[in-house]
Design a protein around this ligand. Structure first.
Ligand code: GDP
Length: 319
């Protein structure tokens, strides 16, 4: 991994530390502050960054720092034992390995240790999408369906959003454009009823990927979570995907956790990665839901959707 790929602030901070003749508390603090600033600017949760900083300081042997010698030993002691709930060890000497260590460890944070449920072609799976209003849920449902359709699946879309006027029309329009069968109702006001009707219909039609789009709210509300619980209870989804806007910033952890408490979120999709936001909230969402990011949205169009790859994501985060 070349330094340039690791982006600006963090690699610069590490380089400064490596170049210092003596690593004392001041040099260490400057380095940690620089790394923390970069992670905060990328929307990684404040508490997690602070914990990381505290943990590193605890691990470093201050006596060695005071003596101001044995640089290599000190550097190797610098570890992070807990970052976002994951055990992490960092040590470095020289510029490039430093960056690689941090880079790899951030990638590991994005890996909750177990893959999400993976639907199988030809076998019916019900996938429920949840998220706040405007996060890109309906768009991502269609993208997810379209992505699989291109690979020979038989997807179908169910609109269980009775809260937002126009939600069904939007899904209908997207589905029609992609030639994907859809189900919804202008009359029925109970989302769980519509969801069940849609799922049953598409099961009969032997669709192998039945995608249930649910409603959102502008903020986390008890009514929304109760509704999600009911839809989930009624449709028994194989996978619940939490959709988050890459720009939600520091709110990501609480938001993801709130959804996880009402339904069993098993995967994350991060949208609007084509914008300015770096999407550091994704690390929080992974930590809060213990679920991996599976796709990212990179534009408004149907095919602007990519399988998540931690490496370019982390490069961007550190940049
Ligand atoms: P929902 O309320 O969560 O269902 O959100 P929508 O799917 O209606 O999306 C809200 C807005 O975000 C729409 O204007 C979408 O076109 C837009 N959007 C969704 N995903 C992306 C994305 O990955 N990139 C960009 N630039 N816009 C997106």
């Amino acid at each position: 991994m070349v330094l340039a790929q690791l982006g600006g602030s963090i690699s610069r901070a590490l380089q400064q530390m490596s170049n210092a003749t003596v690593i004392d508390e001041k040099v260490l603090n400057e380095c940690l502050n620089e790394i923390s600033r970069a992670l905060l600017q990328s929307d990684v949760q404040f508490k997690l960054v602070r914990d990381m900083q505290t943990n590193i300081k605890k691990i470093v042997n201050l006596d060695d720092l005071a003596a101001g010698h044995n640089k290599r030993k000190i550097i190797q002691q610098i570890g992070v034992d807990k970052v976002l709930g994951q055990t992490v060890l960092l040590y470095w000497e020289g510029v490039s390995p430093n960056g690689v260590a941090i880079f790899n460890e951030l990638c590991k944070i994005l890996d909750p240790g177990k893959p999400s449920f993976t639907p199988k072609k030809g076998k019916t799976s019900v996938i429920m999408f949840v998220g706040l209003q405007g996060c890109g849920k309906t768009t991502s449902c269609t993208k997810y369906a379209y992505y699989h359709q291109k690979k020979g699946w038989k997807p179908a879309l169910v609109c269980a959003d009775t809260f937002r006027a126009g939600a069904f029309d939007q899904l209908k329009q997207n589905a029609t454009k992609a030639k994907i069968p859809f189900y919804g109702s202008y009359m029925e006001s109970d989302p769980a009823t519509i969801a069940v009707e849609g799922v049953e219909r598409f099961k009969k039609e032997n669709c192998d990927l039945i995608i249930v789009d649910t409603s959102g709210r502008h903020k986390q509300e008890a009514a929304l979570f109760e509704e999600m619980r009911q839809v989930s209870e009624a449709t028994k989804p194989d996978l619940v995907i939490f959709v988050m806007d890459s720009s939600i910033g520091q709110a990501a952890f609480d938001q993801a956790q709130a959804f996880k408490k009402s339904v069993s979120v098993g995967a994350v999709i991060v949208t609007k990665m084509d914008g300015h936001a770096k999407g550091g909230g994704a690390l929080s969402a992974v930590a809060a839901t213990k679920s991996p990011v599976i796709f990212i949205g990179t534009g408004e169009h149907m095919d602007e959707f990519e399988v998540f790859d931690a490496k370019p994501f982390v490069s961007r985060l550190l940049g």
